[in-house]
Write a protein that binds this ligand. Structure first.
Ligand code: 0VQ
Length: 296
């Protein structure tokens, strides 16, 4: 088919919305709480007293206290620290504050993108919330592909300190049950070599999934998704040259299925993280609102 004027306009709108909400220079990342990477080796939580064999306590806060503990292998200190009372007891999830801020920031950007998709604002507010809450982690996984490097399986967001390896996400409390399929997903998506039009259409189609639980007006969501899918098919036929266009549309639809399963695994792991995080303020109010609070 030929692309209609309306379809051309839709793509232009989505690309503009994406440019306004995805900063390819990652210049805001310095405003997040800093990334803290635990040493891959030496997991002994050594509190900067490397050569002090007389005091092996790791939780002492005052010099006087510390001398009382000498020679007791830090056992007393570890009891004193039970809970999170000790000021220097480091969180087991050292990357959680930074990744929480990054994901919270991303959520706000995804909301901005969604609001500019034709038809979104016209939905009732309840459905807008349902669509955003259920899709936002999927959109973050999709949009993060822009920074993903298949060279070394990491997300490269400018400087070395904002380069995220699998291990970094592990240090926010996630495990390989999510990370292995997530990285495979990123590699597979990268291999599709999507045009920007296809990338933004895929995100928009993902947001307008009519099968999300408890939607009030599924038919309206379905109609909007249909319009977006039709535009994507037309775009591929008219603008994506073979051989990479071969089966491209069904491959993109498969990515949406992969995202459902990633979403489900993320939900489970997030729940564990929110229960086990040493400090509740490692998360943000927006994360609690979108992914749920361990209380309530
Ligand atoms: C970093 C987003 C963008 C870009 C890079 C993210 C990156 C995930 C899912 C595994 C983060 C999950 C975080 C949390 O579960 C928690 F608790 F761990 F902090 C949260 F916040 F959701 F609760 C990246 C991380 C994640 C998913 C995909 C990529 C790496 C830049 O492209 C852009 O928005």
């Amino acid at each position: 088919p030929q692309m209609s004027e309306e379809q051309e306009q839709l793509i232009a709108t989505l690309i503009e919305a994406h440019h306004k909400t995805y900063d390819s220079s990652y210049s805001d990342f310095g405003q997040f709480r800093p990334p803290v990477r635990k040493d891959e080796f030496d997991s002994s939580d050594d509190c900067s007293m490397p050569e002090a064999p007389t005091d092996c306590s790791f939780g002492s806060s005052t010099p006087g206290e510390s001398s009382m503990n000498s020679g007791n292998l830090g056992l007393l200190a570890s009891f004193e620290n039970f809970g999170q009372s000790a000021s220097n007891m480091t969180s087991p999830f050292s990357m959680l504050p930074h990744l929480s801020d990054l994901v919270s920031y991303s959520i706000q950007k995804v909301i901005g993108f969604a609001k500019s998709i034709p038809g979104f604002r016209e939905l009732n507010t309840e459905d807008q919330i349902v669509l955003l809450k259920s899709s936002v982690i999927e959109i973050i996984m999709l949009r993060s592909n822009e920074s993903f490097s298949s060279e070394d399986n990491s997300w490269v967001c400018g400087s070395e300190e904002f380069k995220y390896s699998i291990s970094d996400v592990t240090q926010a409390g996630h495990n390989m049950e999510l990370l292995e399929p997530l990285v495979k997903f990123q590699i597979g998506l990268k291999k599709l070599n999507l045009h920007e039009a296809e990338h933004v259409l895929l995100m928009a189609i993902c947001i307008f999934s009519p099968d999300r639980p408890s939607l009030l007006e599924r038919e309206r969501v379905e109609a909007i998704q249909e319009r977006l899918s039709e535009t994507l098919r037309a775009y591929i036929v008219c603008n994506h040259p073979p051989p990479s266009s071969h089966l491209l549309y069904p491959k993109m639809v498969q990515k949406l299925a992969d995202l459902r399963s990633l979403n489900e695994e993320h939900s489970k792991q997030y729940l564990e993280i929110s229960r086990e995080a040493g400090d509740p303020s490692d998360l943000t109010p927006l994360l609690l609102e979108v992914f749920g609070s361990p209380l309530s």
